[in-house]
Design a protein around this ligand. Structure first.
Ligand code: SF4
Ligand code: SF4
Length: 197
């Protein structure tokens, strides 16, 4: 019974002189090598060169500030509830008089920690946040851990630096898909990234 049609008839035909010298086979092999030598490379010199990951790539977390530098997070805990990996720990505190420039709302996160070993970078925390306070950066990975102490990321690593604000071309998934579609059609070539207002 024949199961596939991949079987080949073997020929016992005597090889010619050229075939016995393997010259055509060697020439064919060299031609293939030369073709690939001059072809455009599909690999890059990572980590020196990094590819653009796309507007909806989910990398390291960031806790956003508003345009006045105040922390947007109000410690409502919705991100922690939404997190399927139970990776987020929050301790809420009440804003004191005189702290209006630090925290936007009357309640803020005194402690906000993400366990990066538990996190699966699903982005559900970002989607759950009603204050547009937590985002997963589209342009940065979590660095490789050398020690277990480096696994819990607190506010010192998460809160946005106002001197180096995180900017994006788009801030919602819908915007990102629309922009990608426009790019594909050649309607948009250059978009200036902006900080979230
Ligand atoms: S990205 Fe997903 S797993 Fe990671 S902290 Fe947010 S909700 Fe949790
Ligand atoms: S990051 Fe957003 S969802 Fe999470 S506690 Fe702060 S305001 Fe609430």
């Amino acid at each position: 019974m024949q199961l596939t049609n991949r079987s080949k008839q073997v020929s016992n035909k005597e090889m010619t002189l050229m075939e016995r010298a393997y010259l055509p086979a060697i020439a064919t092999g060299l031609a293939i090598t030369l073709k690939h030598f001059f072809a455009k490379k599909v690999t890059i010199q990572y980590p020196e060169v990094k590819r653009y990951l796309g507007p909806v790539f989910r990398g390291r977390h960031i806790l956003k500030r508003d345009e006045d530098g105040r922390e947007r997070c109000t410690a409502c805990g919705l991100c922690a509830v939404a997190c399927p990996a139970e990776a987020i720990q929050i301790v809420a505190a009440e804003r004191e008089k005189g702290e209006e420039k630090l925290y936007r709302e009357e309640k803020y996160a005194a402690v906000y920690e993400v366990n990066m070993l538990r996190c699966i970078f699903c982005g559900l925390c970002e989607e759950a946040c009603p204050k547009q306070a937590v985002y997963l950066r589209h342009d940065e990975f979590i660095p490789v851990f050398a020690d277990r102490d480096q696994v819990i990321w607190g506010k010192d690593l998460l809160v946005e630096d106002m001197n180096n604000r995180y900017t994006r071309e788009t801030w919602t998934k819908e915007e990102a898909y629309e922009l990608n579609a426009k790019r594909a059609n050649g309607e948009v070539t250059n978009v200036v990234p902006r900080a979230i207002p």
